[in-house]
Design a protein around this ligand. Structure first.
Ligand code: HEM
Ligand SMILES: [Cu+2]
Length: 555
């Protein structure tokens, strides 16, 4: 990677101007356009899931179940969970940022199988269609975990179409993972050895392994549940000789690793952003790279911590508990290394970096409360309470969504050639951060005090904390909505940027224009140095405190 940046060629054709017809978008093989197809789809799903969340929080403002019947409330939290987990968080970073960035970071023209990449998006849409159909047809009430025997024997709602939809969507995840793995093995530019890869690529690689190994398990599990419901097979139904706990084992054998499908690529984003805005090489590159491998291995051996009260022996509970503690080591390696990277760095407080700070703090709370939950006695006390709800929202929204927001702001100028409005973005970040904490922190207290999850009503003593939570939810929703508004606005009216507005290292910044040309690079780049080599860049000296000000002034 050399120090020079590619001159901006506004007139020159780029991947966005290469065609305007619907066909040029919906039949594209360009990984960058496919990233946009995903971005539009997951954003739509995020708002659908968000509407359900808003309705739930409205119901929970008062102790009585006065806005919705309990049956309808069940459908709300089920659809919220399904849409957010399977259609927003799991694809967010890999399918949007991963698709856009992977070939650019590798110095390649595209992913290994461009047609398969487009097919993955269509498969996702096919799966989403079933879910949306289910919503319109009257919903499903099993919870996003589909626990048997309720889902297979009792529920009268649309379990079959929704599990069919998820079965299909699983293939999208598997195909993307497969495509990324082959791409990383086969398409690296000359000189780009494994230990010169940006850490984002390492994270996408680890994520792909989990996607390929884990997703078939959930697909088959949901298929079995669907078939059992139709044909009364007796896999899970004890009345027919089946075992309902078997379902939980299979479900969590995927769904615990799935939390790493969500968080590992998010951590990949944090690596890139934290070095750029600290102007330092990442601290402990190899430790971070290998921590990803640790996640892959350990994510598959801790599923039993979701089943501590499901009747396992105390010895097996102990082993799952110990193994869960060990996972903390890998998160700790990363959190410490990011902090060490910032230490003595020349930090600038642009929006992507603010989201990194948000991530660090919130993920820490999410991760530490995970350790609380791994302690057997504590888990027995708070299992199926709002404590668990708070824990996983701190990790998934506080962690992953923060990382996604950091990433989308960081690479937005690369994706669009336009800068988003910095001060509005900071304001929205503050809304999201404070709204988030006001929403979910009270839920730790609620859970600890004993408020169970998944009820439409509660006793009067819990009302104050619930009102706080609902108020926070409104601020959070406002923050996200503002985000979408100014991002779309900047597409049309944003200031144009040069190829490397953040003065970042990496092939995508130093060798590709903003937005990149269809083929990504004019000629295949040759890599001659380690990543994050900020110390060897001239611009390190004149790094302004707030880059975006300079960018805006220049444009
Ligand atoms: C890395 C990102 C993580 C995500 C996205 C995540 C997500 C979740 C989710 C969605 C649940 C609720 C499942 C349900 O609906 O019942 C949950 C529960 C749980 N998590 Fe996490 N988690 C993460 C990290 C951790 C860590 C690091 C630990 C422990 C070291 C942990 C320990 C637990 C335990 C023990 C429960 C079960 C609590 C109960 O139901 O009693 N989690 N997590
Ligand atoms: Cu788990």
């Amino acid at each position: 990677m050399s120090v020079t940046t590619v001159p901006q060629q506004q007139e020159q054709e780029n991947y966005l101007t290469a065609g305007y017809s619907l066909q040029s978008w919906f039949l594209t093989y360009d990984h960058k356009r496919i990233a946009w197809l995903y971005l539009a789809s997951i954003t739509a799903m995020f708002f659908i899931g968000g509407i359900f969340a808003a309705l739930m929080r409205l119901e929970l403002m008062t102790p009585a179940s006065d806005l919705f019947e309990p049956d309808n409330y069940n459908k709300l939290f089920t659809m919220h969970g399904i849409v957010m987990v399977f259609f927003f968080i799991i694809p967010a970073v890999p399918a949007v940022l991963g698709n856009f960035l992977l070939p650019l970071m590798l110095g390649a023209k595209d992913v290994a199988f461009p047609k398969l990449n487009l097919l993955s998006w269509y498969v996702y849409i096919a799966g989403a269609t079933f879910t949306i159909y289910t919503i319109v047809a009257g919903g499903v009430d099993t919870g996003w975990t589909f626990y048997t025997p309720y889902s297979t024997s009792s529920s009268q709602t649309h379990v079959v179409p929704v599990v069919l939809g998820l079965f299909i969507t699983g293939f999208s995840s598997i195909l993307t993972g497969l495509n990324f793995m082959v791409t990383i093995h086969r398409m690296r530019a000359p000189g780009l050895t494994w230990f010169r890869l940006p850490l984002m690529v390492w994270s996408l690689y680890a994520t792909s392994i989990i996607q390929i190994l884990g997703t078939p398990v959930i697909a088959v599990t949901l298929m079995m549940a669907g078939l059992e419901k139709i044909f009364k097979l007796g896999i899970f139904d004890p009345a027919l000789g089946g075992d309902p706990v078997l379902f939980q084992h299979l479900f969590w054998f995927y769904s615990h690793p799935a939390v790493y499908i969500m968080i590992v690529p998010g951590m990949g984003v944090i690596n890139e952003v934290v070095t750029c805005f600290s102007r330092r090489s990442i601290f402990g590159y190899r430790a971070i790279a290998f921590a990803n491998v640790g996640f892959v291995i350990f994510s598959f051996v801790v599923w039993g911590h979701h089943m501590i009260v499901a009747g396992q022996s105390v010895y097996s509970a102990l082993i799952f508990s110990i193994l869960s503690y060990l996972v903390g080591i890998f998160s700790a390696i990363k959190v410490f290394n990011w902090t060490a990277t910032m230490y003595k760095g020349s930090i600038s407080y642009d929006t992507p970096m603010l989201y990194v700070f948000g991530f660090q703090g919130l993920f820490l709370i999410g991760g530490l409360t995970g350790l609380f939950l791994s302690a057997l006695g504590f888990d027995v006390h708070v299992h199926d309470t709002y404590f668990v709800v708070a824990h996983f929202h701190y990790v998934m929204v506080g962690g992953l969504v923060m990382a996604f927001m950091a990433g989308i702001h960081f690479w937005w100028p690369k994706m669009t050639g336009k800068m988003y409005p910095e001060s509005i973005a900071k304001f929205a970040m503050i809304l999201v951060f404070s709204g988030f904490n006001l929403t979910f922190f009270p839920q730790f207290v609620l859970g600890y005090l004993g408020m169970p999850r998944r009820y439409a009503s509660y006793t009067d003593e819990f009302q104050l904390l619930n009102i706080m939570s609902t108020a926070g939810g409104s601020v959070l929703g406002l923050g996200f909505t503002l985000g979408v508004v100014y991002m779309v606005w900047s597409l049309f009216y944003g200031k144009a940027v040069n190829s490397n507005p953040w003065k970042a290292t990496g092939l995508e910044w130093e060798k590709a224009s903003s937005p990149p040309i269809v083929e990504n690079f004019h000629e295949t780049p040759i890599v001659t140095e380690d990543p994050y080599n900020y110390a060897n860049r001239d611009f390190i000296k004149d790094f302004p405190q707030e880059l975006s000000k300079e960018v805006n002034a220049r444009a």
